[in-house]
Design a protein around this ligand. Structure first.
Ligand code: PKZ
Length: 184
């Protein structure tokens, strides 16, 4: 992965152990919001990612490129592929049970991805330092060990729940997340 210093964890930054109550290895993660473009089941043209964690620390998901996701004819749009990376990375940091948002997302495109392709996505955390989480993801064509089409490195920033209340609609998210501690 070609990455900048901004998405490279500083020396000593390590991924924390999953907190108590984190999804157990093998658990399905579900959608965090029905209208989310990445994972929402109610979004008409979204990515409809279905995700699970094999080990409580990383996330695996599949995304099948549809007609609504084209850039060039019959090929996935690069921005849509970046959105898939953003989403699966967001799910992996959400395993730590704290709210984070994307600060920076860097993407390498290695292969074109035709419509109809199922991309096998995987994301993991390389380290956390203060409010900053350093994360990585890859998308492989056709199978979990297929050729790598996309790689991404990201910096996510921990925010308070006020971030969603001030700028968005916290109640709408919270209604789907009764398990999430809004005032920890
Ligand atoms: C009920 C429960 C629901 C919970 C929720 C569920 C979610 C379940 C999973 C969701 C999965 C979604 C997957 C998609 C995730 C998105 O798409 S999130 C949407 C896209 N992102 C955004 O909208 C973020 C917009 N940006 C912002 O709001 C603000 O810039 C930020 C990122 C919060 C930072 O602002 P701030 O809090 O004032 O912090 P600030 O002091 O500026 O920065 C803190 C540190 O980060 C660094 N930093 C900040 N931005 C950057 C940057 N772009 N590049 C490099 N460094 C940066 C700063 O330099 C600073 O470093 P230090 O000085 O500490 O060394």
């Amino acid at each position: 992965m070609t990455r900048s210093s901004l998405t490279t964890p500083p020396p000593g930054a390590a991924a924390p152990a999953p907190p108590p109550g984190a999804p157990l290895p093998g658990a399905a993660l579900g959608s965090h919001y029905g209208h989310c473009f990445g994972c929402g089941t109610e979004h008409p043209t979204g990515l409809h990612l279905t995700a699970r964690t094999p080990d409580g620390a990383t996330v695996e998901a599949e995304f099948t490129v549809g007609e609504a996701h084209q850039g060039a004819p019959k090929l996935a749009h690069g921005g849509v592929l970046a959105a898939a990376m953003d989403e699966v990375i967001g799910m992996s940091v959400y395993l730590f049970h704290k709210p984070y948002v994307t600060g920076r997302l860097e993407t390498d495109y290695l292969l074109p991805v035709p419509v109809g392709t199922t991309l096998h996505l995987r994301a993991w955390c390389n380290g956390i330092s203060g409010r900053k989480a350093y994360l990585e993801a890859e998308g492989r064509i056709g199978a979990p060990d297929g050729p790598v089409a996309v790689r991404a490195a990201a910096l996510f920033i921990e925010v308070s729940m006020e971030h969603f209340a001030e700028h968005g609609d916290l109640a709408a998210i919270a209604a789907e997340h009764q398990d999430f501690e809004v005032n920890p």
